[in-house]
Design a binder for this molecule. Sequence first.
Ligand code: KG4
Ligand code: ZN
Length: 346
Amino acid sequence: MRMLAIETSCDETAASVAATGPRILSSAVYSQIDRHRPYGGVVPEIASRDHLRKLPSILEQALRDADCGWGDIDALAVTRGPGLASSLLVGLSAAWGLKLRLGVPLYGVNHLEAHLLSTFLPENAPDPEEACPMLTLLVSGGHTALVRVDGPGAYRVLGRTLDDAAGEALDKGATLMGLGYPGGPAIERAARGGDPHALAFPLGRGGERSQPSGSLDPRLCFSFSGLKTSLLYRLRDDPGLARGDALKDLAASYEYAVCEALALRVERACREPSIRSLACSGGVARNRRLRARLEQIAAEAGRPVCHAPPEYCTDNAAMIAGAALSGIERDAAVRDPQDIDPVLGV
Ligand code: KG4
Ligand code: ZN
């Protein structure tokens, strides 16, 4: 089966062709970052207009890169949420149009499940049978959760953020430091050569005193709002912290606090004896400090770590194709989705 997948949930316009396996044959991604940068964040109307402008050429690029034509496509997949409603609508409308024209089935994919399964996309990826139960840290611009993956389709959210997502904390922190958007890569760059212990920031222990809903463990929940406020007050007291060499230390200390807040909960969850491996996915999983820290935790716990490759961490359509193919294999795929409401949770 050849699957053509579309992803337009936020500010990346992406298309991918994949064969059963999954074997990724192409992954075309257009990032709108330059368009949103002047506003310091994603502007929904600009995002949806840009998806509309770019999606046709990205679809053609995905087909060209996979060396196939429209007639070779056996099925379509599209992100149905969570995401920005107006951005999702562009991908969904295009997918429905293609479905009617090509006469092939269309599958709807949960964006967060796709991030979780991106660990299994590379050719040398671990076999889920051997790697699961896997503890996956899902860290993106909109979501932060610690998920136990018992296998494709079997997920249990152990903890999640009670306020901001990790990526959001980095994006907002970077704005306060005058580093621009997107904040994660900007802070990582600014932190080079800085001292991560120069300034102490809170590690979000507030979450531990909370009473999260359902079966969530408060000790595995995250909270980043105190960190952001702490940065705001520090800069208000001493604006010089955002200039020259002091900025390096500030960025390094803030990056360290975000990574440690994540690592602390991962370390705790990793103590569960049935966990066989550790993984990290979503845009923030590109961060080198975080990757190194998780590798250290995994080594200490004597478990392998399976990071999604950087190109599959930030939003892309290969992970949408992978999740759809996995759903079909398990007979659990959502076919011809009419419901475009953002799907919350995993
Ligand atoms: O997964 P993603 O592309 O989009 C969502 O689904 O949200 O994640 C985007 C987030 C942004 O907050 C961005 O600042 C962060 O990922 N990010 C990073 C890095 N690259 C992207 N954070 C830390 N370090 C990076 N290198
Ligand atoms: Zn995402």
